[in-house]
Design a protein around this ligand. Structure first.
Ligand code: DP6
Length: 309
């Protein structure tokens, strides 16, 4: 009746930005991501005869409706008491829905005594948040249809991901609304989706070959093209802060001095720099000195969602 699971958030190198089916939470194009060790969420689900569902995130009460949709889809009718804890600064706006819904899917199925395959758990997590489908298998994961699958293990390639937290800024438009409005109003959206369909096979090839300059440059282009698509929405979606652009420039300068590091950016202001472990100190030191960067978090590859004993 009660179970606890942990899961890691992930960063996409080929991003998901657009749904082909909103009700079923299916993406227009396949995406590729890596789970990150320090972006960890622990979620406990208790099922019982409670008067209503409840959901707390870091001890704050949250709306349980998205979690309920996931429980309903799993056939769980009992009320749920859900407690989620992020081991990273949510206040800074780092993505937590992926790790949160992945941990919720695994914990809820276990609490209800349901035997689910990893694919079924990924499909369940997807109903909470699309990117959560990729946090269930963890490692390098590809998501295209109902569920995501791990295509390379976290040990395939020892990389570092330095997250520069770029100010809190004003409240942004969330991914759900942002990608809907982009799909409906951006004249560039068709080109963006076509690009992702070309980027995925190229990225998998570069990943298999552990080609950092190739994959890093592809990830930077893919992220900037996603933002170009969002910028072209009506009303425009501008997720960046001055520190975001300063980080992009800083990474460019680092590369011209021989340090290999490339950026990616989700639907927010923070910059995630991809580099080899040997370069992580230099990258972190440089990004830390960028005005407006309030915090740095260095991550390594992580595995999938797991149930705690
Ligand atoms: C920019 O998975 O948060 O991080 O499926 O509507 O819940 P919903 O959106 P969400 O979107 C993630 C968007 C992204 C890119 C990515 O992670 O692939």
């Amino acid at each position: 009746m009660k179970a606890t699971a942990v899961a890691h958030a992930n960063i996409a190198l080929v991003k998901y930005w657009g749904k082909r089916d909103e009700a079923r939470m299916l993406p227009e194009a396949a995406s590729l991501s890596l789970a990150l060790d320090r972006l960890r969420t622990t979620t406990t689900v208790e099922l019982g005869d409670f008067s209503a569902d409840s959901f707390t995130l870091d001890s704050r009460a949250e709306d349980p409706s998205r979690a309920r949709a996931l429980l309903d889809a799993a056939g769980i009718r009992q009320r749920a008491r859900i407690e989620s804890r992020n081991e990273f600064p949510t206040a800074a706006g780092l993505a937590s829905s992926a790790s949160g819904f992945a941990a919720l899917a695994v914990a809820a199925a276990a609490a209800a005594g349901l035997r689910k395959t990893p694919e079924e758990l990924s499909a369940l997590a997807r109903l909470g948040s699309g990117s959560a489908a990729r946090s269930v298998p963890g490692g390098w994961a590809v998501w295209e249809n109902e569920s995501a699958r791990q295509v390379f293990s976290p040990t395939h390639w020892d990389l570092r991901f330095c997250i520069a937290v770029c100010a809190d800024g004003e409240k942004q438009v969330g991914s759900r609304d942002g990608m809907r409005s982009t799909r409906e109003t951006s004249p560039y959206h068709g080109a963006w989706i076509a690009q992702c369909r070309r980027d995925l096979p190229a990225a998998l090839h570069l990943l298999a070959a552990r080609d950092l300059p190739g994959l890093g440059a592809l990830a930077e282009r893919n992220a900037l093209r996603m933002h170009a698509d969002a910028l072209a929405a009506d009303p425009p979606l501008l997720y960046w802060q001055p520190a975001t652009i300063a980080c992009l420039q800083a990474l460019r300068a680092l590369r011209s001095s021989g340090v290999q590091a490339w950026p990616t950016i989700d639907a927010g202001p923070h910059v995630v720099a991809i580099c080899a472990p040997a370069d992580a100190d230099a990258v972190e030191g440089r990004l830390r000195s960028v005005p407006g960067v309030t915090e740095l978090l260095r991550c390594a590859p992580a595995g999938g969602a797991t149930l705690l004993p």
